[in-house]
Design a protein around this ligand. Structure first.
Ligand code: C5P
Length: 428
């Protein structure tokens, strides 16, 4: 978070509610970040939350007593619960369990936290955290709708590995991502969608984006990878979220913060990226393959570190082909009524248009964004990029040349073009 954005939080009175999820350990970091941004923080924990993290930890981090019970005469003699409800400018619950969400959706006031939520007209946000099956359950989704209608803003959840061993949606957003959400000016949007004002032409659409490199292990300490920084894919995710879409970002190993309002799934290998893509693309409107996927992986990953052998000047590695993720998603589209629109990237060092057109045809894409990566200062790792866009839609074939510009602007142009294709595309 920039100093300027942190500044916007200074002095804000935030009531941090913590419920009984394993993600509660991250609430300590969240409390720390809130304090560092200059917020006044009071913590309220449910009874179950105290099994995961102690009130003392939160008290030490916020410098304020932590409230845990509605029926505590001593605490009520200090700042009573109605006073606390009036004090808060923002109620932020992280993690919010399925149970707490159900109680809040029902308007219950059976403990201190739910009572405060009813008694306060503060801005309200929650970061859900639960097992993926619980999150997907129709009852939870009903509560999500209800809470959004009641004015709650839902931050996340993110997708990925879960403490229970499952993989899927239900991970609490990272504290840094929650902080980024807190400073968004428009607080009326549910489902963690970012709204930075202006038109939201992608509202109601689900966009899935792959980004960054993949990492293919050779042995426990070595891997094959490439120089992709992930910047372009992350810029696309931010642009799609700003235009109102629900965005799932599948990222290889990169050092970038998750854009506000974006659900992120971290992967390492091409096969993991493939699996996550198939899962998420089954329910999406636009799939953008921006990742630099390794074309090959080691046929066998050595169990132990590969040793140098005396007297042998060469080492042979046998590589086998990785799945072509985007081509696979395009096949899926052909058998599922034409959804999603598939957008690919092509990084070329020569004959940009010829190779890009070939890829558009061969992988059966709807649109391709071609970059000339031989130009210094553009493309890989840089903040700027230029691109040639080629597409096929209901009006035939189209093309546009986008001059060098910041990746954030280019990303917006790409998403807007994809939205154009979506509305005028032929049925496959
Ligand atoms: O064939 P090439 O790697 O140049 O194609 C680039 C496009 O294909 C990008 O959109 C990239 O994300 C996608 N791709 C993929 N799976 C692969 C290789 C490339 O999705 N195994």
């Amino acid at each position: 978070m920039t100093t300027q954005s942190a500044h916007r939080l200074a002095g804000r009175r935030i009531l941090l509610g913590i419920s009984a999820g394993i993600a509660a350990y991250k609430s300590a970091q969240l409390a720390r970040l809130l304090k560092q941004s200059g917020c006044e923080v009071r913590v309220v924990m449910t009874e179950g939350a105290q099994a995961f993290i102690t009130p003392l930890t939160l008290q030490a981090l916020t410098g304020e007593p932590v409230r845990t019970s509605l029926l505590d005469p001593e605490a009520e003699a200090g700042m009573g619960h109605i006073e606390l409800a009036r004090w808060a400018e923002t109620i932020l619950i992280a993690p919010a369990t399925a149970d707490l969400m159900a109680r809040l959706a029902q308007g219950m006031a059976d403990d201190l936290l739910t009572t405060l939520c009813l008694a306060s007209d503060a801005e309200k946000m929650m970061a859900p955290a639960m097992n993926q099956a619980m999150w997907r359950h129709v009852a939870t989704q009903r509560n999500v709708e209800r809470l959004a209608q009641d004015g709650w803003r839902l931050l996340g959840p993110a997708s990925g590995d879960q403490a229970c061993g499952d993989v899927g949606p239900g991970r609490m957003l990272e504290p840094e991502a929650i902080m980024a959400e807190l400073i968004l000016p428009n607080r009326e949007i549910a489902h963690g969608q970012a709204a930075l004002g202006g038109e939201m032409p992608a509202r109601g659409l689900h966009v899935v984006i792959t980004a960054g490199p993949t990492r293919e292990p050779l042995d426990p300490v070595r891997y094959l990878s490439n120089h992709s920084s992930g910047k372009m894919g992350f810029a696309l995710a931010a642009a799609a979220a700003e235009l109102g879409a629900r965005v799932s970002l599948i990222s290889g190993p990169v050092i970038l913060p998750t854009p506000a309002g974006v659900e992120r799934t971290d992967v390492e290998t091409a096969r993991q990226m493939h699996e996550a893509s198939r899962l998420l693309a089954a329910d999406c409107d636009i799939f953008i393959g921006c990742a630099a996927v390794a074309d090959y992986r080691a046929e066998a990953v050595a169990e132990h570190k590969i040793k140098k052998t005396e007297g042998e000047e060469a080492l042979s590695l046998r590589l086998i082909k990785n799945p072509d993720i985007i081509a696979d998603i395009a096949k899926l589209r052909d058998t599922s009524g034409g959804r999603p629109l598939v957008v690919g990237f092509a990084a070329e060092t020569r004959e940009l248009e010829t190779y890009a057109r070939d890829k558009l045809e061969r992988k059966r894409l709807d649109m391709i964004v071609a970059n000339d990566v031989s130009t210094a200062g553009l493309g890989f790792g840089a903040d700027d990029n230029a691109a040639l866009l080629l597409w096929r839609d209901g009006e035939g074939e189209g093309g546009a040349s986008l001059p060098p510009q910041p990746k954030s602007e280019l990303a917006r142009a790409v998403i807007e073009r994809a939205l154009g294709c979506l509305t005028s595309r032929p049925v496959h």
